[in-house]
Ligand binder design. Structure first.
Ligand code: CMC
Length: 429
């Protein structure tokens, strides 16, 4: 990383600040000493201009619609690789050799079962609990079951915790689903690949033989690749902040999962499908477009817009193709939701409001239709996102823990509350 200097004038004083340059993308001004030199903080709610860390994992060029994992374009990884290869790449920094891939697959597969007492732990939830509520609780609970991988200062324990989370997340997500539909949990079958195993744990029942559809399994694997990491988004930043205090990795991933749940983030896939259902038919689209444009109406087109992408989300393009593959495979010729989605996209992309604000479809716009066609209820969509994003969270957490300059994350504030005042006893207020 090369460095030059920038200057800031504050109260007639000139302060020098280093400019740090990364391998690609915008440079950053290092303001680390600003408070010591000026007595002032910077102010950036929503972190729109603030780089919170240095990272080598994922790169996004929002203007060009580019997403790279460790330098590899998402399109190439989704086309040629599988999800566990992407996991290895994100964690280790390089694509695996054939021997490394076989070893990694074996190690992840060996950890797919969860502690049997966790099944009883599930019984404590209400049957109608949202799967994300169950996920947040059960992921956090893993720290109570796997004590031998919570010491973050031990690289071996960090590695075991990482394997456990990648391996057990599908099992927990499938259990969360089975619990809400009142069916018995299905144990993992380690002769199956990662995505096929997950489909089987979700949709097999003991009374019948279950055959995995390879087209659906491949589509799901691709969906997992597309969701695997997305640099310093809200949930990843949550994981990093939680981890910066030294919290154990299971607790950190539970924190990230909680953050992902919100409708502005991972909850948008569920919200997007609900919106398409609410729109119902192509004739109703203009009414909803008008609502989205009305400043006095809080309604937004879910699955549209992104903090970073001011161009078509590259993941949305792959997702759209995957949607068609899945619907074709399942023989769904006329899906009214797909008709609404295609027409909504067409109208929005030619509307001046969306063009001026650079609001394009994001990954969540098409993922809901695909997951619904596969048989997942809407309430499971964000749980699937959490499953796939776990590897990204872990890679980012690991990168932070292994950075020698790592310190606890502690943002500052602009205080606008009352100045100091005297306490008044209750009778004199
Ligand atoms: N529909 C209508 N108007 C919108 C939309 C939308 N989906 N998104 C943004 N705008 C408008 C917004 O009203 C604002 O207008 P103005 O400047 O006149 O006030 C302008 O565009 C900028 O919006 P913003 O809220 O300041 O932008 P942001 O970067 O803070 O928010 C976002 C990004 C993703 C939260 C937002 O676009 C949104 O709420 N989209 C819908 C939810 C969604 O699809 N989220 C999934 C994101 S991708 C998956 C993930 O990362 O989890």
């Amino acid at each position: 990383m090369s460095a030059t200097t920038s200057q800031l004038q504050v109260d007639g004083k000139t302060v020098d600040m280093a400019i740090k340059t990364g391998s690609i993308g915008p440079s950053v001004i290092d303001i680390g000493k600003l408070y010591a030199q000026t007595g002032m903080f910077t102010y950036d709610p929503g972190f729109t201009s603030t780089a919170s860390c240095e990272s080598q994992i994922t790169y996004i060029d929002g203007d060009e619609g580019v997403l790279l994992y460790r330098g590899y374009p998402i399109e190439q990884l989704a086309e040629h690789g599988d999800f566990l290869e992407t996991c290895f790449l994100l964690l280790e920094g390089e694509l695996p050799t054939a021997a490394q891939k076989a070893d990694f697959d074996y190690r992840v597969t060996r950890h797919t079962m969860v502690h049997e007492q966790m099944a009883r732990f599930f019984q404590g939830f209400r049957r109608d609990a949202h799967p994300m509520a169950v996920m947040v609780g059960s992921i956090g609970a893993m720290s109570a079951f796997y004590h031998d991988s919570t010491d973050i200062s031990d690289p071996h324990q960090r590695m075991v915790a990482s394997m456990r989370m990648i391996a057990k997340m599908p099992t927990l997500a499938a259990m969360a689903y089975k619990y809400t539909v009142g069916q018995p949990f299905v144990y993992p079958l380690n002769s199956l690949d990662y995505s096929s195993n997950f489909l089987r744990m979700c949709f097999a029942v003991p009374a019948e033989e279950y055959k995995v559809n390879p087209v659906l399994s491949r589509a799901l694997d691709r969906i997992f690749i597309l969701h695997a990491d997305h640099e310093q988004n809200a949930s990843t930043s949550t994981v990093r902040l939680a981890g910066s205090s030294g919290a154990n990795p299971f607790a950190c991933i539970a924190a990230g999962t909680a953050c992902l749940w919100g409708p502005a983030h991972g909850g948008a896939n569920e919200a997007a499908l609900k919106m398409l259902e609410e729109i119902g038919s192509v004739e109703n689209i203009p009414k909803f477009i008008a609502k989205a444009k009305d400043k006095n109406d809080p309604f937004r087109l879910m699955g549209f817009g992104h903090r970073v992408y001011k161009n078509y989300d590259p993941r949305a393009k792959i997702m759209q193709k995957t949607t068609h593959e899945v619907l074709n495979e399942l023989g769904i010729k006329d899906d009214p939701l797909l008709d609404v989605a295609i027409e909504l996209e067409r109208i929005a992309l030619s509307d001046s409001y969306f063009i001026e604000k650079k609001l394009y479809p994001n990954i969540d716009f098409y993922s809901g239709i695909t997951l619904k066609a596969m048989g997942f209820p809407t309430s499971m969509f964000t749980a699937l996102f959490a499953l796939a994003r776990t590897v990204g969270w872990i890679a980012q957490w690991k990168e932070m823990i292994e950075d020698p300059s790592q310190r606890i994350g502690r943002p500052r504030q602009l205080y606008t509350g009352s100045p100091p005042r005297e306490y008044a006893p209750i009778g004199r207020r």
